[in-house]
Write a protein that binds this ligand. Sequence first.
Ligand code: FAD
Length: 460
Amino acid sequence: MRIVVVGGVAAGMSAASRAKRFDPAVRVTVFERGATISYSACGLPYVIGGKVPGFERLMARTPEQMREQGIDVRLRHEVTDVDAAARTVTVLDREAGRTFTEPYDRLLIATGVSAVCPAWARTRLRGVHVLRDLSDGQAILASLPGASRACIVGGGYIGLELAEALRSRGLHVTLLEQAPEVAGRMLDRPYQRRIRTELERHGVEVRCGTAVEELTSQDGRVTTVQTSGGPVPADVVIVAVGVQPNVELARAAGARLGKTGAIAVDPRQATGVPGVYAAGDNTESTHRVTGQQVHIPLGLTANRMGRVAGVNMAGGDARFPGVVGTGIFKTFDLGAARTGLTQAEADRLGLRAVSVDVDSTDHAGYYPDAAPIHVRLTGEHGSGRLLGAQLIGPPESVKRVDVVAALLHGGGSVQDLFELDLAYAPPFSGVWDVLLVAADRLGRKLDEGEEAASDPHQER
Ligand code: FAD
């Protein structure tokens, strides 16, 4: 059995290792067009900001370690085409400049996503970057000496993490966001505003409702971002406006793309084209709360999809269980986390969703250093089903979102959450943890008549 994996990071290397472990007799070849495999892209902002001392700390496994496991890793090898009928891929060896054909019995397309690059950003100007992979991270870090002003375009979690990173390098940071608030795709409006306030508290100049028009430069280096709200001087510009799945090879293989634009797969990560699998950021998954296909490109999802694909390609039978839309990030002293649906997302889906907001402290109020924590809990009127949660507070405190994620995974109700036996001691929580308080209040709100329960004045 010959397994070919395209892409050597989270999904690809998880699949390769898992396949080899499942059946040591399979032959696994990984083609990676970049110069490294198996590193944590999630750690890039922390190296750029100086919290993690060097990019080498992000390396999980080296090609040599993989080769010792019997996995043939080929760096700087780009797969340029798939012939699904012949079961071959065309590979460009970028170093040697030669192209060859490689046969496979099972093929995994684990090619990730690319950063969206609007027309104004498609330039060769020095100082203009995206942050998608290790080489982008290295380029950003290399451009910082001598720079004093950074402009980040995009207020998603990567833009927010970079705002903190570049402030901690002493730069003046302007964050531009076209939408009315930052973190718009992750949180409801009142929680978005809290993130913005935290950025401003740490000296980030936030300009929402602002669109970039063009970049101006001098001697090949960017100097100014021209926006709908006027010019923003910048020595470094980082474009963080979203990602798009890399689906060219899937298309070439004849695989179907879903409504999200990512590759459609079954729970075994099979594309439907004989022998062809897909996993990771380029692939859709099923949202367990809505039953719909979604594209939520995140690290755990990519690793888990890769494991599932690896087992199946090696002859086993594993299933990807789906996701519940859990995410977490940190901005300066605030952590933000979400799972399931926000109120706004539930509204868009036409669900009869009801939310409560609870403002409390992350541990017992009388115990030293108690800090504010805010929880929005959302449930469904009629069924009592839990729909989602959003938390904002000290970074470690918002990881309690996992309790709600676990319940959502099993289709739990608001009452189920309220009944949980959660850990309590004053340094960790109030006797009634903030999640239990929220579940209690939401349960009572759901018990009221529908009209009383849905609050038209609550901000979505
Ligand atoms: P990738 O890691 O993108 O790997 C795909 C690989 O395929 C790439 O190395 C690429 O070079 C290679 N490739 C593509 N096309 C070809 C081809 N034709 N031939 C050969 N090779 C090819 N997720 C979280 O859950 N939490 C976080 O905090 C978090 N932070 C992040 C911060 C940053 C700055 C970034 C960029 C991402 C972050 N992520 C985070 C997302 C996480 O890194 C991804 O979900 C994960 O890396 C996806 O793994 P993947 O294997 O699907 O794709």
